[in-house]
Structure formats: structure tokens, C-alpha cells
Design a protein around this ligand. Structure first.
Ligand code: SAM
Length: 324
């Protein structure tokens, strides 16, 4: 058999890169144009998200971490000794670190994220900081079925952790599908601890997604940088602008990239036309009330068990359980 010479410029397509190409082309040919927010999180996107969490205008991370610090002991009562903790969309695991300090000894901590680069790095650090803990990262799309590592499967029970209001990035029907998938993955008797941003005045929300330092704008535009790099895109970054605003009727903050002029862009060999002012809808961040998230979870088979909020009522941590 003759070995085929590898061209340095033509990389074999993985399932992941084919899905990225198919999703991007479908989204750019749709009306209105849209892109799935999960593709924000390449290496640079994950780093930019971490910078967003430290911005003065971005209250959610501070509120959620404060609730975890102040209520950790109470939250821990819902997670029995020997359970496995599975975190969905774990990113830097910085909230898990607070929770892990409050929890009893666990069978394993399983951070799951689409950005493998980020969670492998964080797992190395977690193992140093929590020497007795099995840290078993899984790179996977949390909207799909995935298999837990053996120590998590054989633990007597599993608890899920889904902080960061990532649930708000799903359409409500997708959030319900996620909650059903989480129930299948975690199994009977599980607890799920969800961090969800609450409905609040539009000024607070508009400021949080339009920071003065422009980090959220860079995070949004980085999606075009990624398309240029991975899909032979020809987006000119200075011809697109970050737009974010609270849509009160739909209880969501919308993020868009607006074309500043009429133009044609190539992506993976296909042509995409933009009108001046036309946008690509890149993310929704739905805001819930305690009751509306409770109703969504109930519909997906989870029983509301407890709720913690900060004193301004900006953010909530809500616990749900599955029957044994
Ligand atoms: C809003 S950030 C939250 C990060 C972290 N949990 C926190 O609370 O700071 C969303 C995280 O979920 C991950 N993510 C988004 N969509 C995902 C998907 N479909 N599958 C797996 N991970 C996903 C991103 O890579 C990112 O780390």
C-alpha cells in the first residue's frame, strides 16, 4: 500500500469541524442570519469570557460566586457523600472550586465543556488544589448525549452543576431538552444545581453586555475571527459591529454582529451577501423568574427543591431533584 503524502494546508475534517462548517453555513444562509453561541468558545473565546466575568458592569459572576460562598453549606446538604459531581459547561471551574470546598468527599468531579483546551488545563490545576479528588474532564457538547467516566457511573448517585446562567443561552425549548438530557445522564435520585440570571431593569442588563472596555464586543467579533481561521472566511472585522440590547417582550438580551455596509463575504467557498445594517444574531441570554425556571424544570421531570438569591434579587441558584 502506498502512503498518501499529507498536504500541510489541507487538514482532514473531524466530526467537530464538519459540524462547525455545516452550522455556520446554515446560519449564514438563514433569514435572519444567526450563529450558535457554543462556537464562541475556542481558546481565545474562553479567555475573553473569563475577562468578561471580571468587568465592573458584569454583575452575574460576582452575584453567583457570592451566593455560593454564603450558601455553600446549605447547598452542600443536597449532595451526599460519595456522589459524583458533573459540571455542565464548566469553563474555568471557578464556581466549582467554591462548591467543592463546601461538599463532602466525592467519588469524582467531572467538568464537561466543548472547549477541551480550557478544561484540560483547569483539571491539572484542580488536581493540585484538591489532591484527594478524582478530576475527570470530558470534552463534549452538553446538548448531546455523552458518556460519563466509569467512577462517575459507578458512584451511588450523581449531582449536576450548571452555573453561569448558560441555561439562558438556550431557547426555552432547548433548555427543556437540556434538562431532560441532564436527567438521563445523571440518573435516578440526582440533584441539579443551576445558576440562572433573573429578570431585572433594562439599564442594568444593557450595561452588562456593553462594557466600556469593549471586551464583550471582542468576544462577539472573535466568532468571525474563528470563521476566518477555520473555514477560510473573508470577514473584515472593521466592517462589523457589536450590538447588544435587552428585548423586554422576550425577556432576553440579544447579541448581534451588524454589517456596517453592503458587502459579500466568502465562507468555506460559499458566498454570503450582507445588506448595510443587516445583523448576524449570535447569542440570546434569557432571563428567568424563579417560577418560570421552576416550571420549565418541572416539565422536564425535575422537582424544585431549593432557591437562593442575592439581596438585590439579581441572580438565583436553584436546586432540582429527580425521584429515586
Ligand atoms: C457562559 S460560560 C460559563 C462558564 C462557567 N460555567 C461559569 O459559570 O463561569 C459557558 C460555558 O459553557 C461552555 N459551553 C457552551 N455551550 C456548550 C455546549 N453546547 N456544550 C458544552 N459546553 C458548552 C462554554 O465553552 C463555556 O465554558
Amino acid at each position: 500500500m502506498v502512503a498518501l503524502a499529507r498536504s500541510p494546508r489541507i487538514q482532514p475534517k473531524t466530526d467537530e469541524s464538519s459540524a462547525f462548517e455545516a452550522d455556520v453555513l446554515a446560519g449564514l444562509h438563514a433569514t435572519p442570519k444567526r450563529l450558535p453561541p457554543k462556537y464562541f468558545y475556542d481558546g481565545l473565546g474562553s479567555q475573553l469570557f473569563e475577562r468578561i466575568t471580571e468587568l465592573p458592569e458584569y454583575y452575574p459572576t460576582r452575584c453567583e460566586m457570592r451566593i455560593l460562598r454564603e450558601q455553600g453549606a446549605d447547598i452542600a446538604k443536597l449532595v451526599p457523600k460519595g456522589a459524583a459531581l458533573v459540571e455542565f459547561g464548566s469553563g474555568s471551574s471557578k464556581k466549582a472550586r467554591i462548591l467543592l470546598r463546601a461538599l463532602p468527599p466525592l467519588a469524582a468531579y467531572v467538568p464537561v465543556d466543548i472547549c477541551g483546551e480550557m478544561i484540560e488545563q483547569e483539571a491539572r490545576e484542580l488536581r493540585l488544589d484538591f489532591p484527594g479528588l478524582k478530576v475527570l474532564p470530558v470534552t463534549a457538547d452538553i446538548t448531546r448525549e455523552f458518556v460519563l467516566p466509569q467512577p462517575a457511573l459507578t458512584a451511588p448517585v450523581r449531582a449536576g452543576f450548571f452555573p453561569g446562567s448558560t441555561i439562558g443561552n438556550f431557547e426555552p425549548h432547548e433548555a427543556a431538552a437540556f434538562l431532560r438530557n441532564a436527567a438521563r445522564i445523571l440518573g435516578a435520585g440526582a440533584t441539579l444545581i443551576v445558576g440562572a440570571d433573573l429578570i431585572k431593569p433594562a439599564e442594568v442588563l444593557n450595561a452588562a453586555y456593553n462594557d466600556a472596555a469593549g471586551v464583550t464586543a471582542r468576544f462577539n467579533l472573535n466568532l468571525l475571527v474563528r470563521i476566518n481561521r477555520e473555514l477560510r472566511g473573508t470577514f473584515k472585522l472593521d466592517t462589523f459591529e457589536h450590538h447588544a440590547f435587552y428585548n423586554r417582550e422576550r425577556n432576553r438580551v440579544e447579541m448581534h454582529l451588524a454589517s456596517l455596509k453592503r458587502q459579500k463575504v466568502k465562507v468555506a467557498g460559499e458566498s454570503v451577501d450582507f445588506r448595510a445594517g443587516e445583523t448576524i444574531h449570535t447569542e440570546n441570554s434569557y432571563k428567568y423568574s424563579v417560577d418560570s425556571l421552576g416550571a420549565l424544570a418541572r416539565g422536564a421531570g425535575w422537582q424544585p427543591a431549593a432557591v437562593w438569591t442575592d439581596e438585590r434579587g439579581y441572580f438565583s441558584i436553584q436546586a432540582f431533584t429527580l425521584a429515586k
